[in-house]
Structures are given as structure tokens and as C-alpha cells.
Design a protein around this ligand. Structure first.
Ligand code: C5P
Length: 228
């Protein structure tokens, strides 16, 4: 079974809480940098107080001391999962993992899905980059530095699973139903496909947020994610 994380990509805390009132089956929620910048720590505390598991997706990439401090602050807020960038390097990830201390599951973002091989190659000063190999390489490095797992697209789950131990977390956005329009997501999969490929957590946003009735939409994803 994979967990389904509802991405709270809404303009503000009021809208997010109103949506959550309509989705009683949600157990995990994702707070990204827009909502966090607008609403801050009190909003995260309110989510935790509702009994929700919070995935704080701020994609930290800074010097080790600063990232460790941010992880400590997230831990004090009661956050269950948070992201760092694998390219922040081994020392940064090790410091973050120590600060997480088993209370926060740290997952590493590898290659952003907004990159194609050319733009990624330009960013890191390399010519030909096979992105699936690069994601697998970074996943291995991140896990050996002590983080609990990675975030990757459905296209990379199998490759990541091959290089990480069974216990590693694999968090996958880009989840759609057979009938959904992809929107701006290019690499997509159904909840069933991603779960069978080895995902442990699925991130779902618009298919639930924009549903006329979000409760059955959420239940549909939860049912599919229970296929393994
Ligand atoms: O609305 P949708 O289901 O596409 O939302 C996916 C969520 O996952 C959004 O919050 C988006 O920022 C996030 N995400 C993503 N692709 C990544 C990493 C995160 O879509 N590679």
C-alpha cells in the first residue's frame, strides 16, 4: 500500500482548511513554499492539530548548518516528512539526517521534472546527461548519506527502486486517473501503476483540488494505492 499525500496547492490557509473539511479521508497533506510563505508555522501547527501528517516540501539546498537548523524547526513543528535537494551534497544531507533524528522522514529531490537533458546539462556543466541514470545516481548518494528516500517522477520509480533498499521511501508526484487531463505534468502515471512500480507515497493535487466533489476523488486514489 502507498500513502496518498494531498498537495495543498491553494492560495491560502482558509481555502486549504475549507477543502480539508470536504476531504475527511485525507491523512497526509503537502505544504509547499507558496502556502508556507503566506501562512507560516501556525498553519502547519493547525494541520498537525487536526491529526494530519504534514509533508513540508520546501526543497532545502543551503550550507549544512542552515539546512540542519531548518530541519530542527520542522521537527519542532511536528512535520512528518520534508525535502532537501540531493545536489546540496553529502555533508548537507548527513547534517539534515542527524537533525531529523528519526522523527522527520527526509526525502531528497533529485533532478527537477522541469529539466530536460539539455537544461540539466547546462545547469551542471555537462554535455550528455541521461536523466534516469542521473536520478538513480543521486538517489544512491542521498540514501547512503542517511536520508530516508527520494522524490522522483513516475518514469524514474523503477530505476530508483533498483538502486535503493526495500526500506527506502519513494515519493511520486504526477499521479492521474485514466480519465484525467495531464495538465502541465509530462511524466504521469495512475496511482495503481506508480504503487506497483514501487512508490511508497503518491502526491496528488489538482485531480482532487479541482474535483466537483473532492471526497470521492480522494477515495478513488486511496483505493488504487491500496493495490499492493
Ligand atoms: O496538481 P498535481 O497533482 O500535478 O500536483 C503535484 C504536486 O507535486 C504539486 O504540488 C507539485 O509542485 C509537486 N511536484 C511535482 N513534480 C515534481 C515535484 C513536485 O509535480 N517533480
Amino acid at each position: 500500500m502507498a500513502e496518498v499525500i494531498l498537495a495543498l496547492d491553494l492560495p491560502g490557509g482558509t481555502e486549504a482548511m475549507r477543502l480539508l473539511d470536504r476531504v475527511p479521508d485525507a491523512r497526509w497533506v503537502k505544504v509547499g513554499s507558496i502556502l508556507m510563505t503566506r501562512e507560516g508555522a501556525p498553519f502547519v501547527r493547525a494541520l498537525v492539530a487536526r491529526g494530519l501528517q504534514v509533508f513540508l516540501d520546501l526543497k532545502w539546498h543551503d550550507i549544512p548548518n542552515t539546512v540542519a537548523g531548518a530541519v530542527t524547526a520542522a521537527r519542532e513543528l511536528g512535520v512528518s516528512m520534508a525535502t532537501v535537494h540531493a545536489l546540496g551534497g553529502r555533508t548537507m544531507m548527513e547534517a539534515a539526517a542527524v537533525a531529523a533524528g528519526g522523527d522527520v522522514s527526509l526525502v531528497a529531490v533529485t533532478v527537477l521534472t522541469s529539466h530536460d537533458p539539455a537544461s540539466y546539462g547546462r545547469a551542471v556543466g555537462r554535455r550528455e546527461v541521461n536523466l534516469i541514470d542521473e536520478v538513480a545516481r543521486q538517489a544512491k548518494e542521498a540514501f547512503s548519506a542517511g536520508v530516508a528516500g527520494v522524490v522522483c517522477s513516475p518514469a524514474e520509480v523503477m530505476a530508483v527502486r533498483q538502486v535503493l533498499p526495500e526500506a527506502a521511501l519513494v515519493v511520486v508526484p504526477g499521479i492521474r486517473r485514466e480519465t484525467d487531463v495531464p495538465g502541465d505534468q509530462v511524466r504521469i502515471a495512475t496511482a495503481r501503476e506508480a504503487t506497483l512500480a514501487g512508490a511508497t507515497h503518491l502526491v496528488v493535487g489538482r485531480p482532487v483540488l479541482q474535483a466537483t466533489d473532492p471526497a470521492p476523488a480522494m477515495r478513488g486514489f486511496l483505493e488504487e494505492a491500496a493495490c499492493r
